[in-house]
Design a protein around this ligand. Sequence first.
Ligand code: SF4
Ligand code: SF4
Length: 513
Amino acid sequence: MTAAKPASDAPGWFPMLPKSARISLQRARDRVSSWREALDYVAQARARTRTRLRNIAWELRHGRRARLEQFGAIIQLVYPRALVFVDRARARTLDLAPPPGSRLWADAGADGAVGAHTLTAPLEAHLQITNRCDAGCRGCYTAATPRGDRDEWGLADWKRAVDALADMGVFHLALGGGESAQLPWLGQLARYARHRGLVPNLTTSGLAGLAQLLPIADEFGQINVSLDGLSGDGGTYAAVRGFDGFARADAAVRALRKRKAEIGINVVVTRHNFHQIDALFAYARKRRLNEIELLRFKPAGRGVRAYAALACTDEQHRQFLPRLLAACKRHRIRARVDCSYTPMLAHHSPDPALLSSLAVYGCTGGDFLVGAKASGQLLACSFAAPDLDRPDLDRPDLDRPDPGPNNTAAAPAAPAPNVHDIGAYWHTPEAFADFRSWRDAEEPCASCRYHTLCRGGCKVVSAHVRGHARLPDPECPRVVDWQRQRADRDSGESGPRADAPTPPRRRLPILDS
Ligand code: SF4
Ligand code: SF4
């Protein structure tokens, strides 16, 4: 509740009335305001209860889902929402084991070794179900336009995509755009995903489509509104996006939060809104949101041209974790950071076992996650250009990829597949080669103790800044320091080791979904 304004501080309230009458009127106004907030609170509590009951009913109907992996199994919990990784012994206690004749658990050394092998299927798929959007944000990573892409898929194609992903055992969908809230069939697609056992989550700008979205909000697990800054004096929404859409986005946050408890905000962190991280946490807390997700700005789509002006500085990258922790502590709200921020976390030398147990993983595109464009084209992650996924046969200075245990040799590039074909493509030698070759890293990643978690940082940034996805993330503070040291020493051949040898992997990480 906001504090009631003292009656004596209420100039303009019927100044012609005697003071006692003015105080009575002021108290009545405060009471109305308090009642409104109380009614909001009741509506939000009802929304929370409705969502919980719905999740429990969904779990009862679909049963607890599990998927076998070389390390053991992944168990999906709906309430509380989590993906739990268990080793083989624990899987057996849950009556989970490969059928007779299967070679999935043949390698005893793979037991409990999360990350040692590519998963049998992604955990989640990020589907850009339209590239239509009127907003025209200057850094839009999909370069969305009011007309969208020429060959965008419709509902029937996306339902087939859901079938393909469900058949593989994918757990979550992240639906986005463009502005997908405006699609007339969005609710049908979300319902279909639920029917096939996948949890659909949604990201919206909040700038359009709210009226269509509100009645179907319960179909989604989590809805996050993109909010890259605040408004007014010192506000940064306009500095980041090129226009001030804060009021509309905020109205969408409030309306959705009345309807549903699982509402959060996505914040793309740039050099302009970095100083507002704490204020954005305060905003999320004030609106009683359940999470705030911070994303590093990527040079993708229109972001390629805006990158030099918007990307955070090296100093800001080094300050990211302390700022984040301070804001979490002060505002007591759950924060998530995207995969590309792992190097900025590693800079502060946390215990790798702690990162592992918190399920902090770096570049898991083409493994834990995949993306698809509005035309269905499969990507390693939603920020990756399609050509990032193809083996680069022309570069003499890079080894051919070692795509993992299911792949024995790299093959010539072929046309990028669409998401309908993911089941067949996933195990081919050329699948997501630039991403799955992370084990063949150059220094300083090769000797970095975080390498098995971080996987060399963001490949989209590497491709943009250094010209190839397989090179170490040039914005990782460890990489920056290593390059400086190497330049200072002018050694030419091998630089200093980034860190101690990789420690043993921890088992049983839990991925909060
Ligand atoms: S390239 Fe890797 S780190 Fe970057 S956004 Fe994609 S999956 Fe995340
Ligand atoms: S040196 Fe490489 S593996 Fe280590 S944190 Fe930086 S980008 Fe990640």
